[in-house]
Design a binder for this molecule. Structure first.
Ligand code: HEC
Length: 156
């Protein structure tokens, strides 16, 4: 009997150990809910200039891949957002992204965050930078949007 109990304990222990290891390996759907952006990623600079043509490209991409959640106008109002009960920022407000650098946005788009799907492998880096410029342009259209972090260039 004692042997059986000991065997049972061992078995349970093995299950527990196995379980905790499995938990570490498998990625639960909300794994990125608390996405931590490494400082070196946040420091990355956007190599793409928001020219008219790159913004037009960003608009197209955004329309296909992002607007169903973030809304055509970037205001976070969409049917999908409503049905999924997503809490989305209003990108037409200059305050929405003021605390996030382009590098941080890049990291979020790449890795995904909470309900935001990861774009890793689905999009080139160039496309992501273009999208970031486009997202920032929503606020610029509706008034003055201070570009975060990057200090104003002299003479501008
Ligand atoms: C399924 C809906 C969905 C789609 C599609 C989606 N997003 Fe998001 N996105 C979200 C949600 C939800 C958040 C907020 C995540 C959080 O903070 O938990 C978010 C956050 C972000 C953020 C971080 C800043 C912020 O608003 O908090 C950026 C940047 C972003 N999305 C860009 C994009 C881009 C670019 C695309 C298209 C390639 C896209 N998203 C597609 C749902 C979506």
């Amino acid at each position: 009997m004692r042997r059986l109990a000991a065997a049972l304990c061992l078995f349970l222990l093995a299950v527990l150990v196995g379980f905790s290891q499995e938990k570490k390996e498998s990625v639960p759907p909300q794994a990125n809910a608390q996405l931590v952006i490494p400082p070196e990623e946040a420091k990355r600079e956007n190599p793409v200039k928001p020219t008219e043509s790159s913004l037009a490209e960003g608009k197209k991409l955004f329309g296909y891949q992002c607007a169903m959640c973030h809304g055509e106008k970037g205001d976070g109002k969409s049917e999908l957002a409503e049905s999924m009960k997503l809490t989305l920022k209003d990108y037409t407000s200059p305050d929405a992204l003021k605390d996030l650098t382009d590098g941080a946005l890049f990291y979020i788009i790449e890795k995904g965050k909470g309900q935001m799907p990861s774009q890793e492998g689905r999009m080139s880096a160039h496309q992501k930078w273009i999208l970031i410029n486009y997202i920032r342009s929503f606020a610029k259209k509706s008034g003055d949007a201070p570009k975060p972090v990057a200090p104003p260039k002299p003479g501008l």
